[in-house]
Write a protein that binds this ligand. Structure first.
Ligand SMILES: *Cc1c(COP(=O)(O)O)cnc(C)c1O
Length: 469
């Protein structure tokens, strides 16, 4: 492709992008597809001869958009939103064209130095003390894996990477029963094993029972096991379960354990001072992850991983063969030493564009609206006789059930049927979770462009679809 064609097709893509955004609200939110339908439209074998961009672009338009679930749709209320604010998207285009591999300072000084600054902007935005430094990981799963590896190495006196875990006392990690499965997976990958993830029961507020945590640590010590760290949950994925960060981190400190706060979703809301009560005591943590690629708008992949002592993380993850050394420059930050992956994208650019284009005021206003609208919707549903709120809003997430009085059959089956019918309807998109053994409908507001009228449509759709079942 010559440069004039590149310019032309870049413009075509930009036009397509703006048209897509302008009409996204008219699309069904969740892809209305049967499995395999898209695959059938794709050639079975790669082309030998080059094909024209006209044909490639036409096939893209013909095949792909209708096969997408539209995450930037203003009536996306499922999972947790994965926002790509327009300013962040533009930054991604620029980062994509420079396509730097930002593993070391010298492989792209601007990427490294902007990342240092943007992590610090994010730190200030969520009100963390300035001793926290950090890195932009790809995902919260990676940040949590890095934290778990740090817990392991710190507890083993940095012998695990060298010697492996055979013959060593079992490393024990503690987390509530409501933490994300990325914690389980981190233990699998770290070689610690599922059986050494000690799941601590939660109290009536869905928070980890600190007395049970203390007892579990003491019991493990007595049995010759090696307590290493605690993962603290703030805004859990299912229903927003949140631990008492202060109490858990204090307990971890007293026991000499490393603490990691998983606030992947809720962390973005901490740009609003009034929501920081949710993670009160967070300054006691050793490691914290928030996902600006969820609620804030930074577009995948962008997880801010803050650490109190970067040297502990770097000691766990840095590996320096001669070909990766940068001679003659002291005090450099090489972010590949802070993460699992070596090669890394230029993630900081979209954070810079995002924070500047909307300002903290603009981002706070969105989050405050989402929380207020979600509370209003929960109240509206609660006042309908055939709906029941199962878990009250935690920030903008709540769960509910359809419980018509004339329905004597299985309410789980009925609610699953409701979710499927709502998503087939296409006006909104919701997902389910299991809570206290019941299947419940999750509602979370948080899409970047959601308006109050979209919440009204959600209310109407939920009621209409349920009563037509
Ligand atoms: C979304 C989420 C994760 C996983 O985030 P990824 O960035 O997709 O790895 C982990 N923990 C919580 C609480 C989450 O909400």
């Amino acid at each position: 492709m010559d440069n004039e064609s590149f310019r032309y097709w870049s413009h075509q893509a930009a036009d397509w992008a703006a048209d897509y955004r302008a009409s996204i609200g008219e699309r069904p939110v969740r892809a209305q597809m049967t499995p395999g339908a898209i695959g059938k439209l794709i050639e079975a074998t790669p082309p030998e001869a080059p094909q024209s961009m006209e044909s490639i672009f036409a096939d893209f338009e013909r095949i792909v958009p209708d096969g997408m679930t539209h995450w930037q749709h203003p009536r996306f209320f499922a999972y947790f939103q994965s926002n790509a604010a327009p300013a962040a998207v533009i930054a991604e285009q620029l980062a994509g064209v420079m396509a730097a591999q930002c593993m070391l300072w010298q492989t792209s000084p601007a990427a490294t130095e902007l990342e240092i600054k943007m992590v610090d902007w994010l730190r200030q935005s969520v009100g963390l003390p300035d001793e926290f430094k950090g890195v932009l990981q790809d995902t919260a799963s990676s940040a949590t894996l890095c934290a778990v590896l740090t817990m392991r190495e710190r507890a083993l006196g940095w012998s695990g990477n060298q010697q492996g875990l055979a013959g060593k006392p079992a490393v024990r990690i503690y987390a509530s029963t409501r933490t994300h499965t990325s914690v389980d997976k981190a233990l699998w990958i770290a070689g610690i094993g599922q059986d050494n993830l000690v799941k601590i029961p939660t109290d009536e507020n869905f928070a980890m029972r600190v007395d049970a945590l203390r007892a579990a640590i003491a019991a493990d010590r007595e049995n010759g096991l090696l307590p290493a760290g605690v993962v603290v949950c703030v805004g859990g994925t299912s229903i927003g379960a949140t631990d008492n960060v202060q109490a858990v981190c204090e307990t971890a400190r007293e026991a000499g354990l490393y603490s990691h706060v998983d606030a992947a979703w809720a962390g973005s809301a901490m740009i609003c001072p009034e929501f920081r009560r949710l993670w009160r005591g967070v300054e006691l943590a050793d490691s914290i992850v928030i996902n600006p690629h969820k609620w804030l708008g930074a577009s995948m992949e962008c997880s801010a991983h803050f650490v109190r002592e970067p040297q502990t993380l770097v000691k766990t993850l840095a590996i320096q063969p001669e070909y990766l050394k940068t001679h003659g420059k002291d005090g450099l930050v090489n972010f590949s030493e802070w993460s699992v992956q070596l090669g890394r994208r230029f993630r900081a650019l979209k954070v810079w564009f995002l924070l500047r284009a909307y300002g903290l005021q603009g981002l706070r206003a969105r989050i405050r609206n989402h929380v207020a609208w979600s509370e209003q919707l929960a109240a509206r549903l609660a006042s309908e006789t055939d709906f029941e709120i199962v878990t009250a809003p935690i920030l903008s997430l709540f769960s509910f059930r359809y419980t018509p009085s004339n329905h004597d059959t299985d309410l789980d089956a009925l609610n699953l049927k409701l979710i499927n019918a709502i998503n087939d309807d296409g006006r909104i998109y919701l997902t389910q979770t299991s809570h206290d053994g019941k299947l419940v409908v999750r509602f979370v507001a948080g899409q970047f462009d959601t308006q109050e009228s979209d919440i009204d449509i959600a209310f109407t759709t939920i009621c209409e679809v349920a009563r037509a079942l």
